[in-house]
Design a protein around this ligand. Structure first.
Ligand code: EPZ
Length: 421
């Protein structure tokens, strides 16, 4: 297993290119199952999660190939040979459950393993199940697998999600594109990745309105055709690299960044005394003098502060002036980075879903362990500002969601290297 060693090395300066969004690509790829014609995705990120989704789709009989060094993904589901998503793939990546809606719509049946828990929480699928049942699916849990079928095809319906679940919204919208009649999905998630999915489905011939609002209306059609679609910029990678100059000092321009994707997050950086400015090529972030001010953060569904940036914000607050309170309302166990940051001298008290961080002048480098994707990158960020070396182990977590993190940070002056254990 590899580790990454990062050494506090003063302010950062330069430009970091932001890739296509992992969480958009992971819902765009299964959309190929909805059509017999080819789907081409451009601006795709090069990540291990994308490889996992590729393997899953190929196991169903889809043809998936990475072109141009992985920046283009060519998909075709003309002849599907299976409708089962096996546990050994699904347990590695929860997003595998996004084949459920499209397979039900296209094949009238699907067998998908329950993902099982993960580091940040139990992550059940009850909201996906009730929404698809509202469209006429019959779903039974047997031996850890969801056995779903829609013998006479799916039928449009009105359904309100109990919680604005991203995945449940994506599965339901994809399923509804081929259902008979109209579906009105209320309390739908509003994340930019869902807007991007709808833009792609519309190019494929789907009739959908309301993306980005809490009510999405889908008029079912007979069939969908092929399309070419660019994956939207990754707002979580963007936010992560916006924190790098905030925690280490200096000025970094995040190329391809869009302020509308990170508005709530950018407001919090501004409140903390960090300069955030839109440029013709992206977003420029600078911390010139003085310490970062402590701010309070509550994670919410979009357009609120994203849960996927909570760990990175906590790293920043560890060296802020004052005390910060972070409330994690989306996942039940998303503070695993706290004990690791405390090994670096951070002062954090965790009580249930609330973490209280008292800022310290300087963190001290230490050996720490990555536990999940976003926690691992928060440790790298902390290491940028720490005195001495920080060695982050189990960086395979990082490879799931961040391409070329060592190169991108080294290009703006960080002292960082990847070593094999
Ligand atoms: C997506 O996960 C993202 N993953 C997550 O990013 C992100 O943290 C999450 O949305 C919230 O924004 C992808 O898009 C691939 P949810 P998803 O359904 O769809 C509960 C990352 O780091 N829930 O909105 O699984 C659930 O347990 C990952 O890139 C149910 O109770 O998230 C959680 O507490 C981590 N029942 C909350 O809702 C359900 O049926 C939010 O889950 C579904 C979800």
């Amino acid at each position: 297993m590899d580790s990454i060693i990062v050494t506090g090395n003063g302010p950062l300066n330069g430009q970091i290119p932001i890739a296509g969004a992992k969480n958009a690509c992971l819902t765009l790829m299964p959309a190929t199952l909805l059509s017999e014609e080819p789907l081409t995705l451009t601006n795709a990120p090069r990540l291990s999660d994308i490889k996992t989704m590729t393997t899953l789709l190929q196991s169903l009989g889809a043809e998936v190939s990475q072109l141009q060094d992985g920046q283009v993904i060519a998909l075709s589901s003309h002849d599907l040979t299976s409708h089962t998503a096996h546990y050994d793939i699904v347990r590695k990546m929860r997003a595998s459950n996004l084949v459920l809606g499209p397979m039900l719509a296209r094949l009238g049946q699907a067998v998908v393993s329950l993902p099982g828990g993960c580091a940040i929480g139990a992550r059940p699928m009850d909201l996906h199940i009730t929404a698809l049942e509202a469209l006429g699916a019959e779903i039974e849990l047997k031996d850890g697998y969801l056995h779903a079928k829609a013998p006479g095809g799916l039928k449009g319906a009105e359904h309100e999600l109990q919680f604005a679940s991203v995945g449940a919204t994506e599965n339901t919208v994809m399923a509804a594109t081929l259902a008979r009649g109209t579906t009105v999905l209320k309390n739908a998630a509003r994340e930019p990745e869902i807007v991007d999915l709808v833009h792609c489905l519309r190019k494929m011939g789907a009739q959908i309105d309301g993306e980005g609002t809490s009510t999405i209306t889908i008029q079912g059609v007979e069939r969908l055709h092929g399309a070419t679609h660019p994956v939207v910029t990754d707002r979580i990678e963007l936010g992560t690299y916006m924190i790098a100059p905030a925690i280490a000092g200096g000025e970094v321009e995040c190329l391809g960044g869009r302020l509308d994707l990170v508005a709530a997050f950018a407001e919090k950086l501004d409140e903390a005394g960090i300069s955030v400015e839109e440029t013709p090529r992206g977003i420029k972030v600078a911390r010139r003098n003085g310490r970062v001010r402590a701010v309070n953060v509550t994670t919410e569904v979009f357009p609120g502060f994203p849960t996927d940036l909570q760990a990175q914000m906590m790293a920043l607050m560890c060296t802020a002036e004052g005390t910060s309170v972070l409330d994690e309302t989306i996942f039940e166990n998303r503070f695993m980075h706290a004990p690791e940051l405390m090994r670096m001298g951070a002062r954090i008290e965790v009580h249930g879903g609330t973490a209280r961080v008292v800022g310290v002048d300087r963190l001290k480098g230490a050996p720490v362990m990555a536990t999940d994707l976003r926690a691992s990158v928060s440790l790298i960020l902390a290491g940028l500002a720490a005195e001495g070396d920080t060695r982050v182990s189990r960086v395979y977590h990082l490879d799931r969601g961040y391409e070329h993190v060592v190169r991108k940070l080294r290009d703006v002056g960080a002292r960082i290297e990847r070593v094999s254990e």
